[in-house]
Design a protein around this ligand. Structure first.
Ligand code: FAD
Length: 509
């Protein structure tokens, strides 16, 4: 199949009040969106509803959604990827859409949950200690860039640099504590480091820039989830897109830009998308919304001509890591009704000892298990998070191996050898997924927030005297949003941003 759908007549274009605008080509502009994650679907929906009708989405997988994916597990559908609206308030477009479509009926709030912290010596940490140390750690991480500046930490580049310096100070304040308590507090600080790594999809805090939380902006409101929220939201966004405009199972191999490609008719296009099955699709504009992980793996070969150095450098330098989820289903719960999160502290660990990967004991890198609610819908299900090399490694394990290790882990921490066996286990595989190659982005120590803007900049870059058509290749996706990278709302806003860029380009000036 050779897809050369190029020309549509001027009559067909329903650009409200734009026909005849100075940027409008004779034919209607053809836009190809690569990737049907929330960024791509959001971009295509906006283009179509605002009158740019010749839009095609090309998706490699057999289903749209990308990192929004529900899978059957136990009694219900669990979220392999996005699960929580981070900042459930009207300032968050994902929250607004979810509310508009009435998708927040059985909501579950993750902020301020009941955290039960157990140690490998079968102790339970005092809730007051848990609260105190958790607040200390949060303050250090959220204010890392300020602390580095105020305290004059020379060369503090990473979150770990600041965290470890602050921990050293805390240890001097804790000298009066009983040895056991000191060990537990240190173990808990290590657990919180691992938890933070999972939030950031980073292998270690030593990889993450001290500026991460200066750039990333929290939206007011709690973390909120509801069963099926994200897959349902995606379906709602897909309703704006006629089925024939979404091509599935069509991985692209190369994007040829700055060209002059003729269609069967008389039309000429600047961009040609080459699919793995040999099809060529021509376009005036493409919006690339594939993950930063895929751009890192294929960025050089994907683009012909090669991307400008600055763009390639942003792609290679920005951080993109793996966070996987381990879902466990039990016939009967071993936790009590009020517990929302079970934290696992290794008393022999310190924040200084957990910096290196430890694949042989990968389970030590799972800091917490969350209880999935509501129980009536899901049954007795826990989900653990794991990041870094251990998260990559766990993808290679047989589920039975993961299940027996988790059973052993909980028996060790609770001291109850009679703890029930698991009913089933499911491990997500975001690293080995060739169309994701990891989970989400962060600002690494080799990058800056400005690089996110460079990644988002369309091509070709404006140069004086250049006659090349503008806005040939546009970039969307979570990693292109400076303030909200790593989230669904960042991804959606990035898709809308690029659609608006094109809409503005064609509006009468
Ligand atoms: C485990 C996990 C937990 C998360 N939890 C949350 C959360 O609780 N809250 C939150 O807000 N966010 C969360 N996120 C992040 C959120 O899921 C993402 O930021 C968002 O979904 C990314 O959307 P996107 O459109 O930018 O990219 P994607 O969803 O990755 O979409 C890109 C699309 O491009 C396609 N593609 C890739 N290569 C090609 C190719 N060669 N040809 C054609 N198509 C291609 C892919 O198949 C994919 O469909 C989580 C992510 C993960 C992995």
């Amino acid at each position: 199949m050779l897809i050369l759908k190029g020309t549509i007549s001027q009559m067909q274009i329903q650009l409200r009040g734009w026909t005849g605008s100075k940027n409008m080509p004779k034919k209607g502009p053809k836009v190809v969106v690569i990737g049907a994650g929330i960024a791509g679907v959001g971009a295509a929906g906006k283009l179509l509803t605002q009158g740019l009708t010749d839009v095609q989405i090309i998706e490699a997988s057999s289903q749209p959604g990308g990192r929004i994916r529900g899978s059957l597990f136990g009694k219900s559908t669990i979220d392999e990827g996005a699960q929580y609206i981070h900042g459930a308030s009207t300032k968050n477009p994902v929250y607004q859409l979810a509310k508009e479509h009435d998708l927040l009926q059985e909501t579950h709030d993750r902020s301020g949950p009941e955290l039960l912290v157990l140690t490998n010596m079968q102790k339970q940490l005092d809730p007051d200690i848990v609260k105190e140390v958790k607040n200390l750690a949060r303050n250090i991480l959220q204010n890392a860039h300020l602390l580095a500046h105020q305290r004059g930490y020379a060369q503090a580049k990473s979150l770990a640099d600041v965290y470890l310096e602050e921990v050293k100070m805390l240890l001097t304040q804790w000298v009066g504590d009983h040895t056991d308590l000191r060990r537990q507090k240190q173990g808990f600080l290590s657990m919180l480091m691992k938890l933070q790594c999972a939030h950031l999809a980073a292998a270690s805090l030593g990889e993450v820039s001290v500026h991460e939380y200066e750039e990333y902006k929290n939206i007011e409101g709690n973390d909120r989830s509801s069963p099926g929220l994200f897959p349902n939201l995606l379906q709602k966004l897909l309703e704006a897109i006629p089925r024939e405009k979404l091509l599935l199972k069509k991985p692209i191999k190369q994007i040829q830009w700055n060209g002059s490609f003729e269609s069967g008719g008389s039309s000429v296009y600047s961009v040609r998308v080459v699919c793995e099955d040999g099809d060529h699709i021509l376009a005036d504009h493409i919006i690339v919304s594939i993950s930063l992980g895929c751009l890192k793996a294929n960025g050089q070969a994907f683009f012909q001509p090669r991307l400008p150095e600055q763009k390639l450098s942003a792609i290679q330098s920005l951080g993109f890591g793996t966070m996987n989820k381990i879902y466990l289903e039990y016939e009967t719960p071993f936790w009590d009704e009020n517990t929302d999160v079970i934290g696992l502290v290794w008393e022999d660990e310190t924040p200084f000892s957990v910096q290196k990967p430890n694949l042989t004991e990968w389970w030590k890198h799972v800091p917490v298990f969350y209880v999935i609610r509501p129980t009536e819908r899901y049954g007795h299900v826990l989900v653990g998070t794991i990041s870094g090399k251990e998260a990559e490694f766990v993808e290679s394990l047989n589920p039975q191996e993961v299940a027996s290790r988790c059973t052993y882990l909980f028996r060790q921490f609770t001291g109850r050898s009679s703890l029930p066996e698991l009913k089933s286990v499911y491990v997500t595989k975001w690293f080995s997924n060739p169309y994701t190659r990891g989970s989400y982005s962060h600002i690494s120590i080799t990058s800056t927030g400005a690089m996110i803007d460079q990644l988002a900049e369309p091509l070709p870059q404006a140069t004086e005297g250049s006659s090349s058509p503008m806005l040939q290749v546009l970039f969307a996706g979570e990693a292109t949003h400076r303030s909200y990278h790593s989230t669904t709302h960042g991804a959606l806003l990035s898709g809308w941003r690029e659609a608006t860029r094109l809409i503005d380009h064609y509006s009468t000036k």
